[in-house]
Design a protein around this ligand. Structure first.
Ligand SMILES: [Zn+2]
Length: 298
């Protein structure tokens, strides 16, 4: 129960921060809806625009089409459940055990066990950079940022090892420069494979995974020329599946940035104009944490 309360408090705090952000951005907008009642409307899979390959782990009421004080809210978070894809290939990396039931105890309460880097999650700087900040030190003010989405689904469909280049980002910026302190999210289409962990990890016969990512030069451009806060992706890692060097992780985490992996539903976001809310758990000394991540459309 305590962990649920802590989670609710965290979400509440972030929603409060978000309301403040929206008010600051749009002084004329009335933001009056009580946050705890601002909840999701269920939609059918056919409404979602992501029909065929949705995971059975994905809750029907995961909240994809919601009216909030600002605009519609898109949930970018995969459901945590046994059997979801894991970077290391462990089939039961996430475990949930019921400890108390309403029938027997009058209330329900369960226990979770999982790695820090499972499901939709955030990497803290100390994940690759010794002595750098851990996830509990992530400033709440950094959890609400503008976001852009770069669509590389065509490239990834042709080449599972595709990595977005600095040139591709320059091409994207013909429509406007990427704002400082924003989140740059890469839409590869890989989340359609979520319900099939083997296809999502996509290992070859030698066990080397194949899924798209960022080149180190693209990450360098975004980190140092654009000063973005986050890079995010809808695969297991910002570095491509066949990476041995993890150059993107080293470069960005050393700079103090945060990375978001295993995002869902990026295809529902516009290329520009949405606001990202990213709320990892505040684990003392944690190298990362599962997070609730969602976007508010303009
Ligand atoms: Zn991670």
């Amino acid at each position: 129960m305590n962990s649920n309360k802590a989670m609710n408090k965290l979400i509440w705090l972030n929603v409060a921060a978000l309301i403040c952000f929206v008010n600051c951005q749009m002084p004329t907008a009335a933001v009056t809806a009580p946050a705890e009642k601002r909840n999701e409307e269920s939609i059918t899979p056919s409404d979602s625009g992501n029909s065929s390959s949705r995971s059975s782990n994905r809750s029907v009421s995961s909240g994809d089409s919601t009216s909030a004080g600002g605009g519609p809210v898109i949930d970018l978070t995969h459901v945590l459940a046994s059997g979801i894809p894991d970077f290391h290939g462990h089939p039961d990396a996430f475990q949930y055990k019921m400890l108390f039931t309403i029938a027997k105890d009058g209330f329900a309460d369960g226990q979770i066990s999982m790695p820090e880097h499972i499901g939709t999650h955030v990497d803290a700087p100390c994940h690759f950079s010794a002595g750098s900040p851990s996830i509990d030190e992530m400033p709440a003010a950094n959890m609400v940022v503008p976001c852009v989405v770069i669509d590389v689904r065509d490239e990834a469909r042709k080449n599972p090892d595709y990595c977005v280049t600095a040139e591709k980002i320059s091409e994207f910026e013909k429509g406007g420069a990427i704002p400082e302190h924003s989140a740059v999210l890469l839409l590869t289409g890989w989340s359609d494979r979520w319900s099939d962990p083997a296809a999502y990890r996509n290992p070859d016969s030698a066990g080397v995974m194949h899924f798209p990512g960022f080149t180190t030069e693209a990450a360098d451009y975004l980190a140092n020329k654009r000063q973005v806060n986050y890079l995010g992706i809808d695969t297991l890692s910002l570095d491509p599946g066949n990476s041995k060097e993890y150059g993107v992780h080293h470069l960005t985490l050393k700079k103090g940035m945060h990375l978001i992996e295993n995002l869902d539903a990026l295809d529902k976001l516009p290329a520009r104009g949405a606001t990202l809310v990213c709320a990892p758990l505040r684990i003392k000394g944690g190298t990362g944490s599962p997070a609730r991540v969602f976007a508010i459309l303009p």
